[in-house]
Structure formats: C-alpha cells, structure tokens
Design a protein around this ligand. Sequence first.
Ligand SMILES: C[S@@+](CC[C@H](N)C(=O)[O-])C[C@H]1O[C@@H](n2cnc3c(N)ncnc32)[C@H](O)[C@@H]1O
Length: 240
Amino acid sequence: MNFVNCYEDVSRAGAYSTLEFANTYYLAYRDLPAILAEHVTGTTALDFGCGTGRSTRFLRKLGFNVTGVDISEDMLRIARATDPSGDYRLVPGDNFSELPAGAFDLVLSAFTFDNIPGAMKASIFRGLRTLLAPQGTIVSIVSSPEIYTHEWASFTTKDFPENAKARSGDVVRIIVTDHQDPRPVEDIVCTPESYRAIYREAGLEVARMLKPLAKGDEPYAWVNETSIAPWVIYVLKRTP
Ligand SMILES: C[S@@+](CC[C@H](N)C(=O)[O-])C[C@H]1O[C@@H](n2cnc3c(N)ncnc32)[C@H](O)[C@@H]1O
C-alpha cells in the first residue's frame, strides 16, 4: 500500500500543535487518569507517536516520567520547543532497538495506529510488547470505524461518502475542523475485530475496552458524541 504519513509536514505539524483537549478530543483523554490509576503500576512511560507532545505533556502532568517518540521530525521539533525539559526522540517507526527493553510500566499510543498500515500493526505491537516491564500495560487509543462516517465537534467526513464502503485496512479521509489545516488526513480504518486479531498475534490480551461517550452536560457542541463513540480505548497486557 502506498500510504504516506501526513504528519511529516511542517504546516500540518503547526496546525496539529494547536489542538488541546477540547471537543471530540476531550473524550479520548477524559477517562485516561482513571484508567491509568487502575491498570498501571510505576511511572516510567513511553508515548509512542507523541506528535507535537500533547499526549506526552498529559502523562507528565499525571506524574509519569515520559519518553516521547515519533517518526516525524516536523512534529518532534514542536514538541521539544513547547516542552524543553521533555524527552522527545526520533525513531525509525518499527525498530525499537534504541529503546530499553523491559523498561516501561506504560506504553501509550494515542491515535498513532490510525496512521499505521494494517500489515505493520502487529509487528509494531510485538515490538512495543518487548519494551514493557513485566507487569507493564499498553493503552491504545484509536479511532472507531464510525468516526469516518459521521460528523463531530472536531471533525467532518461528509465530503468522503466513499468512507462508508471502506473495509478494515482501507484508506479513509477525515478533516479536522478544530485547527487551521483544511486538508484531509488519510487514515487506515481498522475494526475492533481486526484490532483484537492484531493484539492476539502480537502476544497481547485485552484487559479492558472502552468506547467513550459524551454525557451531554459538557461545554462542547456535540454532534454525534452522546450516542456514537468516536474513539476506542484498549488496555492491553502481555498474554501469559
Ligand atoms: C494523530 S498524531 C497523535 C499525536 C499525539 N499522540 C497526540 O495525542 O496528540 C499521530 C502521530 O503518530 C506518528 N506515527 C505514525 N506512525 C508512527 C510510527 N510507526 N512510529 C512512531 N510514530 C508514528 C505520526 O508521525 C504522528 O505524529
């Protein structure tokens, strides 16, 4: 598949760096403090696909000692400038030999796997598994297939009716309306069934799966968020 990571782009990186935790993104991060308190022991964390550092700074504020890694230097440059005391590193994408094996209590990937083609997903999760401390946890936040076929506070997909025909592994398009870059992002849609097969293949088991919905009393102009979950959050442990 000829898939290009759209985050290797200076103006996309600049636009992405303005996103915080509002609107639809609020639902991706809202439950993380409780999830981490329940499932993670220890404070050493890897933020896999840290982008411009939003997810890394979130973990740092919760008290984690975080290494942020990404394949996009354009994204990392902004992460470092925004958070000069943070640890942000460029990685090849599927080779973790520069990172310490068995060292991380938590590996977070927030939206990273939306941009990784299907064939590479299992081998990357297998690599992340080797980085986990013995009781370590992976928290994988991904887009639900429904995000690509509905309208949202932070996104529009109405210009891409072909998304409805996409099968797991296909490229889909979505526009982020919360920032200034109107170009569509190209993602790879992946169903929960496919993710479960990928986790199994990578030697990981799903300890918990959440589909966060808005309650309706938040200060955001929800579109479908009170009835359809835009994200899926997986809590993963090594298969015994
Ligand atoms: C949508 S951004 C999310 C950034 C951040 N986690 C956040 O919540 O704001 C996804 C990031 O994953 C990165 N990425 C994609 N494939 C990757 C890979 N194989 N290894 C590391 N990073 C990757 C992209 O470059 C991009 O910066």
